[in-house]
Write a protein that binds this ligand. Structure first.
Ligand SMILES: Nc1nc2c(ncn2[C@@H]2O[C@H](COP(=O)(O)OP(=O)(O)OP(=O)(O)O)[C@@H](O)[C@H]2O)c(=O)[nH]1
Ligand SMILES: [Mg+2]
Ligand SMILES: [Zn+2]
Length: 358
C-alpha cells in the first residue's frame, strides 16, 4: 500500500502524487499509519470507515497535510522526485458514494507498478474541504476578481468569504486586471475589505504587476483559487510559475457560451514549496446551510465597533430600532454595499426570498 495526494480527477480516474522511492518506503508508511490504526485498509469497509471517522485522533494525518507533505512529495518536480499514479477508486468507495476530492490524501494499492496504475483503498481524514470549488486539505483560499471584464461580483465575493471562513480556511483577496480599472476604482473596491480585515493583492497577469507579492503569499501554503470564470485565475498561475502553460480563454467567448476554460480542479506544486489549485470559475453559490441568522454578523468584523451602539446585544442589525450598524451604514461610516448585502443574506437565510440580487 502507498499513500499520496490527489492532484486532479476526472473521467473516473484520479492522478495521485506519491513520494518516489518505491516499495520499502511505501510499505513502511502503510504499516505504520493505515494498517495499525484501522486494522488494515484491505480488511474491508469497516476498516475504511474507521479511518474516515478518526480524524481528530489522528495527529499523524493532521500534520501530514499538504504543506508538510510538500517536502516529501514533489516540492518541485525538479528538486524532489515524486511519482504520478493513475488510480481508480475501489468499487466499495464508489458504492458508498464516498466523494473523492482533489487535495485528498489517499491510501492506494499498486495494480501495475510499471504503468503506475493503482486502486484507491481509502480516503484519509481531511483537515477541511470546500464545496465550491470542490477541494480538500487547504490552508488558504485566494479569491480572484477582475477589476473589470467581467465586472466584480461583490455578492459572490461576500458569500464566498462566508463559505471559506465557515470551512475554517483563511481567505486572501486578489484584484486582477488592474490595467482595466478606471482611476479610483481599486481604492473603492479594496477599502471595504480592508475594513473587514482581509489581506488583498492587486495584480495584472498581463504586465506581471503584483505577481511577486502573490508568489510570496502562496509560498509554502496549499492555496485554492476561487472566483468567477474569466477573471484570470489560470493566467495568474501561468505568471506565478512560468512554463506551466495552463490554458486560458477569451472572456467574451466564455460569457457568450457559458464555457469555462478550466474544467477541473488541479493542484500544481510550486517551486520552493507549497501547492496551488487552479479551479473552474463559477458564478453562484449558496450560503452554507450551517450559517444561521444570528451567526451572520460574525462574518463582518467591521460591524463590531458599531454594534456596541445597538440597544440589544442580540441585535441582528436589520430592522431593530436605533441599530448602531444600520445607522453607521446610512451615515457612510460603514460600507453601504457590504451592509446591504448582509441584510439580503439575512433574508436569504430566513427564506423570505431566494436570491435577492438577481
Ligand atoms: N486585461 C487583462 N486581461 C487579463 C488579465 N489576466 C487575464 N486576462 C485575460 O482574461 C481572460 C481570461 O483569463 P483566464 O486566465 O482564462 O481566466 P480564468 O479565471 O482562469 O477562467 P476559467 O478558467 O474559465 O475559470 C484571458 O483572455 C486572459 O488573457 C489581466 O490582468 N488584464
Ligand atoms: Mg482558468
Ligand atoms: Zn444592530
Amino acid at each position: 500500500m502507498r499513500q499520496g495526494r490527489i492532484l486532479k480527477g476526472y473521467g473516473g480516474f484520479y492522478y495521485v502524487t506519491a513520494a518516489a522511492g518505491g516499495d520499502a518506503e511505501g510499505r513502511d508508511a502503510d504499516k505504520h499509519s493505515v494498517g495499525d490504526r484501522a486494522g488494515g485498509v484491505a480488511g474491508g469497509s469497516d476498516g475504511v470507515r474507521g479511518i474516515e471517522g478518526d480524524a481528530s485522533a489522528d495527529s499523524d494525518y493532521d500534520s501530514a497535510g499538504a504543506v508538510t507533505e510538500a517536502g516529501a512529495e514533489g516540492r518541485d518536480a525538479s528538486d524532489s522526485p515524486s511519482e504520478l499514479w493513475e488510480c481508480r477508486p475501489r468499487g466499495r468507495l464508489r458504492r458508498e458514494k464516498q466523494d473523492i476530492l482533489a487535495g485528498d490524501r489517499v491510501a492506494f494499492a499498486i495494480v501495475n507498478s510499471e504503468r503506475r496504475e493503482g486502486v484507491i483503498e481509502a480516503i484519509l481524514p481531511r483537515r477541511n474541504r470546500l464545496i465550491r470549488p470542490p477541494v480538500a486539505n487547504v490552508d488558504q483560499a485566494l479569491v480572484v476578481l477582475a477589476a473589470g471584464d467581467p465586472p466584480p461580483d461583490l455578492w459572490l465575493l461576500d458569500k464566498l468569504l462566508i463559505m471559506i471562513r465557515t470551512a475554517g480556511i483563511a481567505p486572501l483577496l486578489c484584484w486582477n486586471k488592474e490595467d482595466l480599472a478606471e482611476r479610483g476604482d481599486l481604492a473603492e473596491l479594496t477599502a471595504p475589505y480592508q475594513a473587514a480585515g482581509l489581506a488583498q493583492v492587486i495584480t495584472c497577469a498581463l504586465s506581471g504587476q503584483g505577481i511577486s507579492e502573490l508568489r510570496e503569499r502562496l509560498a509554502g501554503q496549499a492555496t485554492v483559487l476561487a472566483g468567477p470564470s474569466g477573471v484570470g485565475k489560470s493566467s495568474l498561475l501561468n505568471q506565478i510559475r512560468p512554463g506551466l502553460a495552463l490554458k486560458t480563454g477569451d472572456v467574451s467567448e466564455k460569457l457568450g457560451r457559458g464555457r469555462h476554460t478550466t474544467r477541473h480542479v488541479e493542484w500544481i506544486p510550486l517551486a520552493g514549496g507549497g501547492w496551488v489549485a487552479d479551479t473552474p470559475g463559477f458564478s453562484r453559490i449558496d450560503l452554507p446551510a450551517a450559517v444561521k441568522r444570528e451567526d451572520l454578523a460574525a462574518f463582518y468584523p467591521e460591524f463590531a465597533a458599531w454594534a456596541e451602539d445597538c440597544p440589544f446585544a442580540s441585535c441582528s442589525h436589520d430592522k431593530e430600532r436605533d441599530c448602531g450598524v444600520r445607522q453607521a451604514a446610512a451615515a457612510g461610516k460603514l460600507d453601504e454595499g457590504r451592509y446591504r448585502r448582509y441584510v439580503s443574506f439575512l433574508r436569504e437565510i430566513e427564506g423570505e426570498y431566494g436570491h435577492g440580487h438577481d
